[in-house]
Design a protein around this ligand. Structure first.
Ligand code: ASC
Length: 128
């Protein structure tokens, strides 16, 4: 357990940073901003699946403060927030499977589903 809300905030923000880096790198490859490498994509996608399981734990009671992008609505609608996070985790697991399959079309579809999960939650629970 976290000692205080600062630790919880740092934990979830670190998770999101790593998540964005690994997910973003797959995006860069799919958008042709860098050469596509199926092995790297599979490694990144496995990271995304693992990392998507982390940040939720950092949204502890009392950590709805400080200079963060997390809206108070997260704690007001915690069950919905958790449900959306679980959806992300399911889609991230599917991304890892798709990337491992080597089928680029499947990877693109799974990437899109994860991106929708990111955006769907940001639209409601993250400051602009
Ligand atoms: C990213 C990233 C996000 C999501 C979101 C998807 O690469 O950093 O927050 O994708 O933009 O719509």
């Amino acid at each position: 357990n976290f000692e205080n809300s600062d630790d919880a905030i740092q934990y979830r923000q670190s998770g999101f940073s790593l998540l964005a880096y690994n997910f973003g790198d797959i995006g860069a490859m799919l958008k042709g901003k860098k050469d596509f490498d199926a092995d790297v994509a599979a490694m990144r996608a496995a990271n995304v699946a693992a990392l998507a399981k982390l940040p939720l734990e950092g949204f502890i009671d009392g950590s709805d403060k400080g200079d963060t992008e997390a809206l108070a609505k997260i704690w007001a609608d915690k069950a919905d927030f958790e449900a959306k996070f679980k959806e992300l985790q399911t889609n991230a697991d599917a991304l890892a499977v798709a990337a491992k399959s080597g089928d680029k079309n499947e990877l693109k579809k799974a990437f899109g589903a994860v991106g929708k999960s990111c955006k769907g939650c940001h639209d409601v629970y993250k400051k602009d």
